[in-house]
Design a protein around this ligand. Structure first.
Ligand code: URP
Ligand code: ZN
Ligand code: ZN
Length: 463
């Protein structure tokens, strides 16, 4: 089956220009000068992209579909979450499978495989959250990498559930270095944060705002500085995930400036939302995530947008982890019980395109930070994240001039509110192809749940 996407402006990390895109079955065959090929007559399917951008399917390397946490489960499953992702132009996710304390690593991946297989609408890979560093877990890391799970997440946060101390982190990092496994790090000083949380509750400060106030940026930056040093000793590649503050970004960039393979990920919520935007009282529970939103007046958002524009931030991923309003009620009267997370898997490409519309970055940088560099970081490039001969034909036809208003009334994520309610965005995903098949047509999902395939990943090629 030959598909021709003609008349569009093809945007890559290197720049943009008029080109026709030639697809045979599930692969890109060529980018050609408009009309310079024989496919205009010979294609089975022609898509007219006049006035549109044509870009690689976006790659979201940080999601949590049906994540069990705080006695509940995040509200998007692999079908609803990846369908929403496709509608927003994201054709690949890398979700975080989890080790149970006392359990093994492969068991964790198998549990996640069972949730995703036959149900995902977009392609998917897995990182593995290592929550119990033991000699036998470290031994299992090689089998994990051989099975295509080439990255692990470690935590300096969440002492009760996911935390590893510095010694365990160093041991896991050493093993990761031997195997060329990328270490993804949740960097907040969870031990110190627990002291601040207990003090707040003892004072009677139980509202959601105290979640944000007890996780200061200094304790994010301190953890980043520490794990960068540990990674230096271990010799591993390190990605600091969901960076929320200027302080933490500077600490990560300082490591890279010393020549270390340290990478920085931020999320749309940290670029767009701030403590100043929070409603009073318990309504702020909608915005509770970790690390938390920061004060706009302290310049965190500006620093993160600048980092995106200047390549100090390597990837924007969502940390998609939605909970319904009913689920958030668990924290009424005690902010420490609010399930942590925000849903944005559908809107990442749009929220970052608004950065293009606002003159913060070029279309090429938009594609680089949403598609190409995440694919490199995750060991998926050049299969994903680029439109080049031999790449998977994951394609987004994007209308850069369309206007849309983000709202829970119109989004497709399984969450009954939107933290971006009422935000006007310039740009909209129109058509999406997943491995050559049209799965979104004029903003409507036309695929079949189960179309998504597991992606075994190799080592990161980001450095
Ligand atoms: O609040 C968040 N980020 N929830 C998801 C879990 C995590 O730490 O990434
Ligand atoms: Zn995290
Ligand atoms: Zn996360």
């Amino acid at each position: 089956m030959r598909t021709l996407i003609r008349g569009g402006s093809v945007v890559s990390a290197a720049g943009s220009g008029s080109a026709d895109l030639l697809i045979d079955d599930d692969k890109v065959v060529a980018l050609a000068d408009p009309g310079s090929h024989g496919w205009s007559a010979g294609a089975d399917h022609v898509i007219d992209a006049t006035g549109r951008y044509v870009l690689p399917g976006a790659v979201d390397i940080h999601t949590h579909m049906e994540l069990p946490v705080s006695g509940t489960v995040s509200s998007d499953d692999f079908t609803t979450g990846t369908r929403a992702a496709l509608l927003g132009g994201t054709t690949t996710i890398v979700d975080y499978a989890g080790q149970e304390r006392g359990g093994g690593l492969l068991e964790g991946v198998e549990r996640w495989q069972a949730r995703a297989e036959g149900r995902a609408c977009a392609d998917y890979g897995f990182h593995l959250m290592v929550t119990d560093v033991r000699p036998d877990t470290l031994a299992e890391l090689g089998t994990l990498a051989a099975a295509g799970v080439s990255s692990i997440k470690l935590f300096t946060a969440y002492p009760d559930t996911n935390y590893s101390d510095d010694g365990r982190i160093l041991q896991a990092m050493r093993r990761a270095a031997d195997l060329d496994v990328m270490v993804m790090m949740h960097a907040e000083n969870g031990i110190a944060i627990d002291v601040l949380r207990a003090e707040a509750l003892a004072r009677g400060d139980t509202d959601p705002i105290h979640h944000l106030l007890t996780r200061p940026a200094s304790l994010e930056a301190e953890a980043v500085e520490r794990v960068v040093r540990l990674a230096e000793v271990a010799g591993c590649q390190l990605t600091i995930v969901h960076i929320s503050s200027a302080d933490a970004l500077h600490a990560a960039v300082a490591g890279r400036d010393r020549g270390l393979p340290v990478f920085a990920e931020t999320c749309p919520q940290y670029l767009w939302l701030a403590i100043e935007d929070l409603p009073d009282g318990f309504d702020a529970a909608r915005y509770v995530c970790s690390p938390p939103l920061r004060w706009r007046r302290e310049g965190h958002q500006q620093a993160l947008w600048d980092g995106v524009a200047t390549r100090r931030v390597d990837a924007v991923a969502t940390d998609h982890c939605p909970f319904t309003w009913e689920q958030k009620q668990a924290g009424r009267g005690d902010f420490t019980r609010i399930p942590n997370g925000i849903g944005s898997v559908e809107h990442r490409l749009d929220l970052l395109h608004q950065g293009v519309a606002d003159g913060r970055m070029s279309p090429a940088r938009w594609v680089e930070v949403c598609c190409t560099d995440p694919a490199r970081l995750a060991g998926l490039h050049p299969r994903k994240g680029v439109l080049a001969p031999g790449s998977d034909a994951d394609v987004v036809v994007y209308d850069p001039a369309a206007e849309q208003v983000l709202s829970a009334d119109t989004h497709h994520m399984n969450v009954d509110y939107s933290v971006f309610e009422g935000l006007t965005i310039t740009g909209r995903t129109e058509t999406v192809l997943l491995r050559g098949q049209v799965v979104v047509e004029d903003g409507t999902y036309v695929g079949t749940p189960g179309d998504g395939r597991f992606l075994p990943r190799g080592p990161s090629t980001a450095s």
